[in-house]
Design a protein around this ligand. Sequence first.
Ligand code: VGL
Ligand code: ZN
Length: 196
Amino acid sequence: MENKAALVIVDVQNDFCPGGALAVAEGDQVASALNRYIERFAAAGLPIFATRDWHPAKTSHFKIYGGIWPVHCVQNSRGAEFHPSLRLGSSAVIVSKGTAPDVDSYSGFDGVDASDVGLAALLRAGGVEQFFVGGLATDYCVKQTVLDGLQRGFSVVLLKDAIRGVDLTPGDSQRALEEMQRAGAQAIDTVDGLPI
Ligand code: VGL
Ligand code: ZN
């Protein structure tokens, strides 16, 4: 089987960027960093996946229905759209997650494509054994996607210039980074560290 790399972009959506419902500080800045990675993966003919938080209007994920978050990334709303600075290209496969009204899910591996195929199956079908990951937020969906990926046997590389965190408690993102690395994630600082 081929041993291919893929790029996994997590939740670079308006609501997680400045001005959005659940804004991550400098969240929009990951878009320009990610565009450089997108160009490299596209040029190498490697697959690109983009996850999106894709909630129903009523879900126990939201504070008003018992969860901890303000209303964000409601399906088909402006806030749920990918940030306009992100240049995904037409080949990127969109993976939607958070669609259940009663499950708090953060991992991209809980998401499915338009044909209901899960992220792990999509990666494996493409012969992917290693994925490079950036996006939002470091301390929630990026972290959970990385830990899940490692657990499922993928090799995972964090794109440190292309992640930002919520930091509900100061230091959460730094701790998330350490946790991911302890679990076996590698990291690169910039696009110059890409082996492809
Ligand atoms: C996320 C909080 C709530 C994320 C999603 O994408 O990291 N964080 N929903
Ligand atoms: Zn959410």
